[in-house]
Design a protein around this ligand. Sequence first.
Ligand SMILES: [Zn+2]
Length: 321
Amino acid sequence: MTGFAARTFGCLLPAVLTLLVAAAGWSGEAAVKPNKKILYFTKSCGFEHSPVKRTDDQPAYSEKILVELGKKASYEIVCSKDGTLLNPDKIGQWDGFVFYATGDLTKPSKSDPAPPMTPEGKKALLDAIAGGKGFVGIHAADDAFHTGTDKVDPFIQMLGGELIRHGPQQKAWMRVADSKFPGMESVQDFELLDEWYSPKNLAVDMHVILIQDTKGMTGWPYARPNYPATWARMEGKGRVFYTSMGHREDVWDNPLFQKILMGGIAWSVSDAQAEVSANIKEVTPGAFTMPVPDEKATEKPAKKAARQAKKRVEKPAKPAK
Ligand SMILES: [Zn+2]
């Protein structure tokens, strides 16, 4: 096993059990045979979040949870930071993709030695989605291939939104826009402590599932009308789902988050059906009104101290008489 393969975690158990079932000569469908093979890609070429951080080569917090949830749903979830698994010669093995990844994923990562995606792999991914494979973005996925300019990356166009900034972690309300979407059954408006992303470049054709209620939220990124926080859209024949939740490890423990995430995954790989016509203008009519940045209000203490020190140098105090 190579070092990179060793860092790829997955659920081998169903394959072993399937072999045992075959050896025993049981007939019929083997219940343990994975229905779908899904890549959980957690490379951090930007900020590395704690739920995707591996310590001592052990699976990350979210990887352990998603593999277990996958087993219950009959999915083989393969966790990896190896970008070459998306290369044209390897893309065909996946039924769907789940991304919790940041930065330009075609560049080397400081947080792991696994190879980055190749430009051909990035194209293969986008082509595979347009051709009908499922894609799920979690939390920081809209900070991948983040341009920071008006030139919107094709990855962001596929996903349907791009991070502007987030404010301090806080409790905020998620308002339900579609209670019929898979995983949303019996879900009502809820309040959750997490780090909330404020997005731009929102796809006009998206189907909003959960709305960020910005009333009372702290930080300039939320000084805007309510906006989509969890959504679904079609990219060609492919089903794309995104949720902004999932910064905190305790959110990953939350059964409500797990239910919504697994509903999105099931829909993305066509194991569940939903009506996903565009509703962004109806349920979040102010979504395209952007917040006005107030960088001073959200800068880190060290940066603030440096700025103030610079200001003191530029404007020396009047000498004492
Ligand atoms: Zn975060």
